[in-house]
Design a protein around this ligand. Sequence first.
Ligand code: GUN
Length: 285
Amino acid sequence: MGEIVSGTALAKKVKQGVAERVKECEAKYGRVPHLVVILVGEDPGSVSYVTGKARDCGEVGFKNTTLKYPDTVSEEELLAKIAELNSDDNVDGLLVQLPLPKHISEAKVIEAIAKEKDVDGFHPLNVAALWQKQPCLLPCTPQGIIMMLKEAGVEIEGKKAVVIGRSNIVGLPASKLLLDHNATVTMAHSRTKNLAEVTREADILVVAIGKPKFVTADMVKPGAAVMDVGVNRNPETGKLCGDVDFENVKDVASVITPVPGGLGPMTRACLMVNTLECFLRKQDK
Ligand code: GUN
């Protein structure tokens, strides 16, 4: 049976490291990093993400403000708030939880957030910096994937990695980070022809597609490391589950991440790392 790498345990370690540095910040700069999270509407998934982010801020000793808007808020009002927070020196990190209601342009909102406060790493200038190998904030989930692989002792260099999913949030940046760690990367998606043939080649398989049990045991090379980024509800039990048929794939893989307790907590831990980074960059200016 494969090793089940706990994101909860690794996230705890990462957050302890951040918490220690926050104490130093307070002593040296007289204040702690401040993360502002904007939530629009009441989508249960988004509410749960935002609650987790606030809890983690408390754990590491950050100041956190969560601003809640009804899903009828206008794009104009949201952009005005972002502009105000951009120019507020007491705000170090700023994110707007996605997805947004259809009448609000996600592209406009992402672009409106000051690059220096873009803790998600979603701003086009941050994305461009990542793809041009310039210093940048690493997007949280892909950063978490690399940390989990390292924690499990998985060598990335020289390996074949397959990433299923091509979203801006996970698939594309995860492919780029694996490439930067000298893996040979295949970018696949739900419409990839003969997907199982492609995934069976993978030493490292990253799945971010949003479909329960999308990856079955016959799609996995024996001994592969499987990183499950899916967050779904099991249609039968109503419980949280990933994109991977965990019960069967765990017997084929050498390393596998569970859902819940895998990349979710790691994504939030990396958000804490990025917020601290934004704070420190500002002090060093
Ligand atoms: N929605 C799903 N994942 C994320 C994330 O990492 N950041 C934001 N802002 N919204 C999300």
